[in-house]
Ligand binder design. Structure first.
Ligand code: IMP
Ligand code: MG
Length: 193
């Protein structure tokens, strides 16, 4: 029987790429003190690793949102449940996302952050699935280009589970995973099988 999912970006590739992004951000923001903002819950895993690869003083803030239906139905509009604390005016803000898919969520949240008059505002996403873009969003920093397939792991969930998978998996049989939501438990092993 074919597997429900397979490794798309393994943990070592992720670690290497996160390190590269951190180095790039360190260079680009040299002499400044950026503010990194992400959205719970998916972005938290990436942010936690990314900030430890940035050799600059920085701040981190978390946002939490709830959606009215899915991104497409809601046109990206979300209700903000937890917001950045403090003033972003004049700050160099890096908005960190787990994945930019249709672009609707990122565009909406970027427009909110832009309204707070930061000195600069850039988007850093671990995964960029540009094939599904509905609105133009161009991340300044991209971890990986993501094929048009549902992915889980490293912060990305299926029904709130599997965010703790160390690898990023592509779910090749999504109906199969819906039918057997436990199918990916073997992939939770701390070291590759
Ligand atoms: P958007 O379509 O660009 O607005 O993406 C909205 C959100 O959907 C992302 O921030 C993710 O949290 C979630 N999402 C999109 N694609 C996937 C996926 O393949 N796996 C898990 N979550 C996803
Ligand atoms: Mg998300």
């Amino acid at each position: 029987m074919p597997e429900v999912a397979s490794v798309l970006f393994g943990r070592e590739d992720v670690r290497r790429r996160v390190r590269e992004l951190g180095r790039q951000i360190t260079e680009d923001y040299a002499g400044r003190e950026p503010v990194l903002v992400t959205v719970l819950r998916g972005g938290a895993v990436f942010l936690a690793d990314l900030i430890r690869e940035i050799d600059l003083p920085l701040e981190t803030h978390l946002m939490a949102i709830s959606r009215y239906g899915d991104a497409e139905e809601s046109l990206g509009r979300v209700q903000i449940r937890l917001d950045v604390e403090g003033d972003l005016r004049g700050r160099d803000v890096v908005f960190v996302e787990d994945i930019v898919d249709t672009g609707l969520t990122s565009r909406y949240l970027l427009s909110i952050l832009a309204g707070r008059a930061p000195a600069s505002l850039e988007l850093c996403t671990l995964l960029d699935r540009s094939a599904r873009r509905i609105v133009p969003v161009e991340p300044r920093y991209i971890g990986f280009d993501c094929p048009d397939v549902f992915v889980v792991g490293y912060g990305l969930d299926h029904d709130e589970r599997y965010r703790n998978l160390p690898d990023i998996l592509s779910v090749d049989d999504l109906p199969g995973l819906r039918e057997d939501p436990d199918a990916l438990i073997p992939h939770l092993a701390a070291s590759p099988a």
